[in-house]
Design a protein around this ligand. Sequence first.
Ligand code: FAD
Ligand code: UDP
Length: 396
Amino acid sequence: MFDYMIIGAGFAGSVLAERLASHGSKVLVVDRRNHIGGNAYDFYNDAGILVHKYGPHIFHTNSEKVFQYLSRFTEWRPYEHRVQTSVDGQLVPMPINVDTLNKLFGLNLTCQQVEGFLQSLAEPREKIVTSEDVVVSKVGRDLYEKFFRNYTRKQWDLDPSELDASVAARVPVRTTRDDRYFTDKFQAMPLHGYTRMFEKMLDHPNIRIMLNTDYNDIKDEISFRKLIFTGPVDEYFDYCYGKLPYRSLNFVHQTHDREVYQPAAVVNYPNEHAYTRITEFKYLTGQEHAKTSIVFECPTAEGDPYYPIPQPQNAELYAKYKALAEALPDVHFAGRLGTYKYYNMDQVVAQSLTLAEKLRQSKPVRPATSVVHLTSTLLSTSETVQALEENDGAAA
Ligand code: FAD
Ligand code: UDP
């Protein structure tokens, strides 16, 4: 009998498993893939280069709590991500900054002058509702068309005017020379990769892991008190209100017989090609190698659900599933798919830490007979919980 069965070994499932196990619960983690780590899984390919199977994952957060928590399981390699984008036949920094504009238009504007320049291009909007509004109101139509419109259409198969403002708002516009993709306080990559970090997180005597196993195939075979589901929430409810839309990607991995492939970690291609961007992994990991590995991201409607699609009608549909979820006292949903949110890794960690704390406070009460039996097998009695909490405190 497990206290918790957790479906999904990605960030959500692994953080919850680690937290609950550390507080004395016995946990089974199940994933239908043949590896842990979810979409953040990385591995050494045949050439010996560390690559991210499901596209580039760059860790960044403003949350000290999240960063400190993950630091229990990994050392870090400081890394600030930089992206170039291919526009009008040249590569320029993305997000749009002073250098982007000067290079694109052959100008020599200062930071102060750029503010006025952008204001002269911007189309004021009364309300910012869509991704088109966000961009056009800051940089005007021409730059919107060059940098955002086609990339977004390719990535989502939707016009920016059909997508929530929050999507394009992920990418700022700067009136400085800062060419970093993110400005978060903590920006770093796990020194030995994400998978190693997940291995450490899940290495606990109270955690068991079952890979290559779909929840549906074992749900009636295993005894557990509570379920945590980090797969797609609509799938859990057999799509009873219809399918929640997700966007997928095909990842095309290549290794080239040269040391460097491109001038930046990521090059975006808004206006040409079927793919949106190419990532060269050695920039992210700092690995030195005579060869180099890259990945192309080709958006598609079919395939694994990677991106919840932020649109009002989808939020409404999700709200119906959420209501069903909330009516189940012993089932909890977490993560990007379980809560249908376009979350970064750090947001999923924060969400999972909060849920773990809530669950710890409402710990399942065991029948008296099982307590006697389970005490000897390191399960949650008040004594063992206290001891684990003390260890926990020391680790923190
Ligand atoms: P997942 O990682 O998707 O894990 C869910 C797991 O559940 C999966 O392993 C799946 O196999 C399993 N599962 C689902 N259903 C079942 C079932 N029925 N039975 C058994 N197992 C099941 N975030 C960043 O912060 N920085 C980035 O640079 C970044 N880049 C990204 C790039 C791409 C291309 C993508 C797609 C995402 C990126 N993200 C990035 C987001 C990041 O991947 C997510 O925030 C994070 O991985 C979500 O973790 P999760 O545990 O919620 O979901
Ligand atoms: N985007 C764009 N042009 C770019 C980069 C991003 O139009 O060069 C838009 C696009 O809609 C994309 C969104 O901004 O889906 C968010 O970009 P981000 O790089 O955060 O996407 P992710 O890494 O999550 O795929």
